[in-house]
Ligand binder design. Structure first.
Ligand code: IMP
Ligand code: MG
Length: 179
């Protein structure tokens, strides 16, 4: 049940059980595709930290994990700027890279990060996102794998925040934007 300290949680959209089931399916596909290959999972902080922790532990082939810190959001509105606050500190040219993101909204963040990483010549590059809000896209960016497509709602939990709060919730919930 939803704790009364969390008044701005409108409703649970995706339960932790549903999330774990989809992660198991996607992890099995990644395991098949990258078995025997050098695999680097690159997560985009901060929102991805919970998803990355579950995904990497369900992939049954060795991988390495690295993070970039990218900011593009302020409150519930997307800003046009994508700011690389912390870049990778390693060469990716000897790895098959899977870029892992929490949510694709306008597509600006991944469009930018995808281009930056491709310019560094990884052996291959694919994009996996936990959530996809296709109705908000401002470009033609398409993730290779999306675990859940969601409508145009602001969501929190399972790593996703509203002004740095609610990341600790185990499920994905709709944030109540009314005052
Ligand atoms: P994009 O550049 O518009 O695709 O935005 C992607 C980033 O915005 C994500 O990595 C999230 O950090 C953030 N974001 C987009 N939609 C939501 C949401 O509904 N809840 C929380 N964060 C979001
Ligand atoms: Mg993010």
């Amino acid at each position: 049940m939803i704790n009364s300290d969390y008044k701005k949680i409108k409703r649970v959209l995706i339960t932790n059980d549903e999330i774990q089931r989809r992660i198991s399916e996607v992890a099995a596909a990644i395991t098949e595709e990258y078995r025997g290959k050098p695999l680097l999972l690159v997560g985009i902080l901060s929102g991805v930290f919970v998803f990355m922790a579950d995904l990497c532990r369900k992939i049954q082939t060795p991988s390495e994990v690295a993070f970039m810190y990218v900011k593009s959001y302020c409150g519930t509105k997307s800003t046009a700027m994508v700011d690389i606050v912390m870049d990778l500190n390693r060469d990716i040219s000897n790895y098959h890279v899977v870029l892992v993101e929490d949510i694709v909204d306008t597509g600006r963040t991944l469009h930018e990060v995808d281009a930056i990483l491709r310019s560094r010549n990884p052996l291959s590059l694919k994009v996996v996102t936990l959530l996809d809000k296709p109705s908000k896209r401002v470009n033609d960016f398409q993730p290779d794998i999306s675990l859940f497509k969601i409508p145009d709602l602001f969501v929190i939990g399972y790593g996703l925040d509203f002004n740095e709060k609610y990341r600790e919730l185990p499920y994905i919930a709709e944030y109540d934007e009314s005052i």
